[in-house]
Design a protein around this ligand. Structure first.
Ligand SMILES: NC(=O)c1ccc[n+]([C@@H]2O[C@H](COP(=O)([O-])OP(=O)(O)OC[C@H]3O[C@@H](n4cnc5c(N)ncnc54)[C@H](O)[C@@H]3O)[C@@H](O)[C@H]2O)c1
Length: 383
């Protein structure tokens, strides 16, 4: 069987994770890696065992002619690279957020549909087995009428004023940082679990470091900066945000987002409280789901094929007692994307992975948050 040629653009944190996930899907070959950072490209090429290495994505696309690209570049490069690939008939799986503006996101979603190409955005948390279990239980009525939805996404890697990354600049990161970077994940996951969209938000944002010390040399994501040799630069994006959300059926919720919360590494939590029970999922213990009841107290469920609800069984790949993790959820997301290419179903609505249309709508949600933070009022998501 002829293998599908897949190219990964950017070899940072996510580029490496995507390369591994792609290789877990039968029929795929990682045909090329791209990164303008030559030393890193060579090192990652060797570590990942990929021979075709390029510093320019256009040259790679024109020479390798991949069937699919994975765009793992900083946000500011997403639009340009996705567009270039879609215009050449290449399927695209892009890291979140889809682009820097709603207009760019909508244009890309339209282009993918027009050229009949699969286009996914890596909102990988929805593809955790226990998030799918939450979704199945809410849909089946096991939670009953939902009272409210609460959560948080807390990190600490931007806690010090010496912490610096490309996400801090508007041209590479975008006008919103914490909401677009991690809030977007919470929105997608909460919407997936609830089976409905968030339609309005009320937001307050907080920037704790109006100036940061930019190191002389670029720092890879989650790496620590040196404490000397820096320039003081003004910061115009939020370190934290406090949001109220309203779902389509009127259910209310709240979420706290922060990249400056000491001791919290990737502390994503989502809780759906209903009349029969409350379901709580914590990303850092992602193979478990807590069910809180009045009659039986607290029950902890663990992933195991065969013991989950319906379709959620597809998302756990290891026998019980062998915990599914972050990389398995990414593999699930990528796998759903490739299955839709295989079956030709990618143009349908309600795909199990986030499509470009979903990604463009999440950008509208982020925009609504920024609008609300400015006005101090609730903001509806523009449909
Ligand atoms: N889904 C998730 O859980 C998740 C987690 C982290 C990051 N992300 C997203 O992934 C993307 C990348 O983030 P990261 O954390 O991997 O960043 P990173 O800083 O670790 O790596 C970025 C890489 O992009 C390369 N690069 C820059 N310009 C390029 C270009 N023109 N062509 C090719 N490569 C280029 C850099 O040299 C670097 O190697 C972002 O959009 C981010 O929002 C998603």
């Amino acid at each position: 069987m002829k293998k599908r040629k897949v190219a990964v653009i950017a070899t940072g944190f996510t580029g490496q994770q995507h390369t591994e996930a792609i290789r877990r899907i039968p029929g795929n070959e990682v045909a090329a890696l791209v990164d303008p950072h030559v030393a890193a490209l060579k090192a990652k090429g060797q570590a990942l065992g990929v021979e075709a290495l390029y510093t320019d994505y256009k040259r790679m696309i024109d020479e390798i002619r991949p069937d699919v690209i994975h765009n793992c570049t900083p946000n500011g490069m997403h639009y340009e690279i996705n567009k270039y690939a879609l215009e050449r008939g290449i399927h695209v799986y892009c890291e979140k957020p889809l682009a820097l503006t709603v207009a760019q996101g909508e244009e890309l979603a339209h282009l993918a549909a027009q050229n009949h190409l699969a286009a996914g955005v890596n909102f990988n948390y929805r593809n955790n087995a226990m998030v799918q279990e939450m979704r199945a239980r809410v849909a089946s009525g096991a939670v009953g009428r939902v009272f409210h939805v609460t959560g948080q996404y807390l990190q600490d890697w931007m806690m010090l004023d010496t912490d610096y990354n490309w996400r801090l600049t508007a041209d590479m990161g975008g006008a919103s940082r914490t909401i677009a970077d991690i809030g977007s994940h919470w929105f997608d996951t909460a919407q997936c679990a609830m089976g409905q969209n968030i339609v309005a938000v009320r937001a307050q944002t907080l920037t704790v470091h109006p100036f940061r010390k930019k190191p002389a040399q670029e720092v890879e994501t989650f790496a620590k900066a040196q404490k000397s040799n820096y320039t003081l630069v003004p910061i115009n994006t939020e370190d934290a945000a406090f949001l109220l959300v309203r779902f389509a059926d009127g259910t209310l919720g709240s979420v706290t987002l922060s990249q400056v919360s000491g001791g919290h590494l990737n502390d994503f939590r989502l809780e759906i409280a209903g009349e029969k029970c409350a379901l709580e999922w914590q990303q850092e213990r992602c193979d478990t789901l807590t069910v809180g009841t009045r009659e039986f107290g607290i029950q902890t469920l663990r992933t195991a094929p065969g013991s989950m609800t319906g379709d959620a069984n597809r998302y756990t790949c290891l026998p019980g007692g062998h915990p599914d993790g972050w990389a398995d959820a990414l593999k699930n997301a990528v796998s759903e994307f490739y299955t839709s290419i295989e079956n030709g179903t990618f143009a349908q609505t309600g795909m199990t992975y986030a499509t470009f249309a979903d990604g463009a709508r999440i950008m509208k949600l982020v925009d609504a948050c920024m609008q609300s933070a400015k006005s101090g009022e609730w903001a509806e998501v523009r449909e």
